[in-house]
Design a protein around this ligand. Structure first.
Ligand code: NCD
Length: 360
């Protein structure tokens, strides 16, 4: 059953599993709102499709084919919180598939300044666009807007491109794609040990990626942070319920030699209750210095959702284990794959690739 016809209170009362069931009822995402809506089979399918699109886009005929696949659709980028990579990679993903895009990045230039509600703004976008990609500082707003649209006569899909401190599902998907590609020749993500480092209390990328990692077999996760920035107990409970081995500590040095992936994050001081609160926490022990990288496994990867500050100095960029620039580019392919799935053109793309391979 899709979201349409489901009262908001009933939707809110559902747990993440039941919400996921509604969002994926048709076998493809009706909306992309939270990491938990993706299970292992869906993750494998998105990664495989991202690779197909990536390879196809390398040739001019392939890129031309892709650029016509969704040329009859338009996407709205509604980003009221700062963004560089998520905005641009969604826009580039739309361009790859031929969607034209519009944008509102500053509500000071929209009718929200005249007192228009978010609901009315989003319904307005749905009149002109076939997909809404939104980033907001309010937790849960993408879900609320998806529900509003699902009850309207233009139930266009919503992609959550970051909602408050809570969810960033498309970042988690590109992180999974990066991990899968990185571990392709050494058993994939199953059995790996991933360490999250930095501001884990307020980093939405960490919360969403941790939820996705729970889909893999024998994964261990370490959360390395100062006490003030340590991961929420809700995430620990979710992971333990899925059988993930979790550890919580403030000792980065102990984890470096054993981790297969080190996921660094910056201090999220935009969420400080009082300006300067974060500055009182000593995070210097949670920075990765070149000497620390020497202690890591040769096959390990260093990831970061970016933007970075001091936690990953540019000297590390040249280490083959530094994956964050490739991670960023993977975001474009994963988002193109996701948009193709949302509009149901994934099978046509794969059929085209098969036909080309057989010289049809
Ligand atoms: C992240 C975000 O916005 O949550 N950035 C991103 O989308 N790549 C991480 C951050 O801002 O620290």
């Amino acid at each position: 059953m899709s979201l349409s016809g489901l009262p908001w209170e009933a939707y809110q009362a559902l747990d993440a599993d039941a919400r996921a069931h509604h969002l994926m009822a048709s076998g493809r995402p009706e909306h992309v709102l939270m990491a938990q809506q993706f299970r292992r089979a869906e993750l494998d399918a998105i990664c495989a499709l991202a690779t197909e699109i990536r390879l196809l886009a390398k040739s001019q005929p392939g890129a031309l084919y892709l650029s016509q696949v969704l040329a009859h659709k338009r996407a709205m980028l509604y980003f009221t919180q700062p963004s560089t990579r998520t905005f641009l990679s969604h826009q580039a993903a739309c361009q790859i598939l031929g969607l034209q895009t519009g944008e509102v990045r500053d509500t000071a230039t929209s009718s929200e300044m005249k007192g228009e509600s978010r609901e009315d703004s989003v319904r307005t976008f749905s009149s002109y666009f076939d997909l809404i990609i939104m980033r907001t500082k309010e937790r849960g707003l993408a879900e609320r807007m998806a529900w509003v649209l699902s009850q309207s006569e233009r139930p266009v899909p919503i992609i959550n491109a970051g909602s408050g401190q809570d969810q960033h599902p498309t970042q988690a998907l590109l992180d999974i794609y990066t991990l899968q590609r990185s571990f392709e020749t050494c058993g994939g993500i199953d059995g790996k040990h991933i360490a999250f480092v930095g501001d884990l209390a307020r980093g939405r990328t960490v919360r969403s990626l941790a939820a996705l990692l729970a889909n893999y077999r024998d994964v261990s996760i370490s959360f390395i942070a100062p006490e003030a920035f340590q991961i929420g107990t809700d995430v620990l409970t979710l992971l333990r319920a899925c059988g993930v081995t979790v550890s919580v500590s403030d000792n980065l040095q102990a984890i470096l030699p054993v981790a297969d992936g080190v996921y660094m994050t910056r201090v999220q001081d935009e969420w400080d209750a009082e300006a300067g609160d974060s500055a009182r926490v000593d995070v210097s022990r949670f920075h990765l210095r070149p000497a620390d990288v020497d202690k890591m496994k040769p096959t390990a990867v260093i990831m970061h959702p970016l933007p970075r500050r001091e936690e990953v100095p540019p000297e590390i960029d040249h280490d083959p284990r530094a994956m964050y620039w490739r991670q960023m580019r993977n975001g474009m392919w994963v988002r193109a794959a996701l948009i193709a799935q949302i509009f149901g053109v994934d099978e046509a793309i794969c059929a085209h690739i098969r036909d080309q391979a057989h010289g049809a």
